[in-house]
Ligand binder design. Structure first.
Ligand code: PLP
Length: 376
């Protein structure tokens, strides 16, 4: 099998599974328990939190565990609207956010908020100025993703943060960094965003665990889950200790040799662009992050390509994994010609991806082009 869908999810390395297994079977105590095994688990959770916070570039106290990236996104939107409820009810976001942010905004709209959805240009880029121009005195929240999950474009979060501080210092800034964490360099402490959401399963960790950075400008945030008081009272529920252990181990593994890994992935992406561009009717779209490559086989429906390559053991996606065959809102936002937008596929790479994987994928795509009729 050739797996080129790391932006959807990633395989869990053996060391991560082992770390989780040990917690599930031996170190299974509740971190709130008062006997030695519980006290030890509390210390362990603190150590794992330090590891993840270190990789995110923030104080461990500023990091709350969540059940996934989606939860972090929803939490950030709600927390910002709550803090700024007297400032206003306007949100600025993009039309190409993950559904986790878009749906949270749509729910906010039903509660009376007004949302401005910014559209990137045809290359998938969005300028900081376009974001700042949309900010009004009553803007409670700006939520802009760090790396687009379907196109790989990197949005200028630090520049947006600086502009926002000058234009409207009370507006809170959230960035969904689920595709940016350990893929593009940043430190939450200096980025200028008030909320940064991340998810473990995109970087070799287990599904079902994420984290939300909550910066110092967020005052008395309303608990997401009131209850037993875990996560500093902000998100109650017994800590998912095995998941957290797996998350920390995955971070540790990714951190070792990270620069070389990212450089290798970037050169692999360049190599893929070279190989795939040589296929007639291929159009490369967007780009920026080292692990995501979007392209269109203009004229050939993307779902047919995914099915054909899938049958040959090559896993790629037609847009985000969350769309399950529905047309992608991200591709639609680019306003491309129908034959181009209908043929968009995404390849995404991980540390273990090889040139041979790319070669085989390119050969299968060429065969698809040469043997199937264009239908768009
Ligand atoms: N945000 C982005 C940009 C994503 O790519 C994803 C997952 O695909 C999510 C949020 C949701 O993360 P999770 O699957 O952990 O809920």
């Amino acid at each position: 099998m050739i797996y080129l869908d790391h932006a959807a999810t990633t395989p869990v390395p053996r060391a991560v599974a082992d770390a989780m297994y040990a917690v599930l079977t031996e170190q299974f105590a509740n971190p709130s328990a008062q006997y030695p095994m519980g006290l030890e688990m509390k210390k362990q959770v603190a150590a794992w939190r330090r590891t993840i916070a270190g990789a995110l570039g923030c104080d461990p106290k500023a990091l709350a565990f969540t059940s996934c990236g989606t939860e972090g996104d929803n939490w950030a939107v709600r927390a910002a609207l709550w803090q700024n409820r007297h400032l206003g009810r306007h949100i600025v976001t993009t039309a190409v956010e993950h559904s986790a942010v878009l749906e949270a905004c749509r729910w906010a709209q039903q509660d009376g908020c007004e949302v401005t959805y910014l559209t990137p240009d045809a290359q998938g880029n969005l300028s900081a100025q376009a974001v700042l121009d949309a900010v009004r005195p009553d803007t409670a929240l700006v939520s802009i993703m760090m790396v687009n999950n379907e196109l790989g474009n990197v949005f200028p979060i630090a520049e947006i943060a600086r502009g926002l501080a000058a234009k409207n210092p009370k507006t809170l800034l959230h960035t969904d960094a689920v595709q940016g964490f350990l893929e593009v360099p940043f430190a939450a402490r200096t980025l200028g965003a008030d909320f940064v959401s991340v998810s473990a399963h995109k970087i070799g960790g287990p599904k079902g665990i994420g984290a939300l950075y909550v910066g110092p400008r967020v005052r008395n945030p309303r608990p997401l889950l009131p209850g037993g008081g875990q996560e500093d009272g902000l998100r109650s529920g017994t800590e998912a200790t095995a998941q957290i252990a797996g998350f920390a181990k995955a971070v540790e593994l990714r951190l070792s040799g990270l620069e070389e890994t990212l450089a290798r992935m970037a050169s692999l992406r360049d190599y893929a662009v070279e190989q795939l561009s040589a296929i007639p009717d291929v159009q490369i779209l967007g780009g920026g992050a080292p692990h995501i490559l979007a392209l269109s086989l203009a004229g050939w429906p993307s779902q047919n390509i995914v099915n054909d390559l899938g049958a040959q053991g090559i896993c790629i996606s037609a847009g985000s994994a969350c769309h399950q065959g529905k047309p992608s809102h991200v591709v639609a936002a680019l306003k491309l010609a129908k034959r181009v937008s209908g043929g968009v596929i995404r390849l995404s790479f991980g540390p273990e991806t090889t040139r041979d994987d790319i070669d085989q994928c390119a050969a299968a795509l060429r065969r698809h082009h040469d043997t199937r009729m264009p239908m768009l």
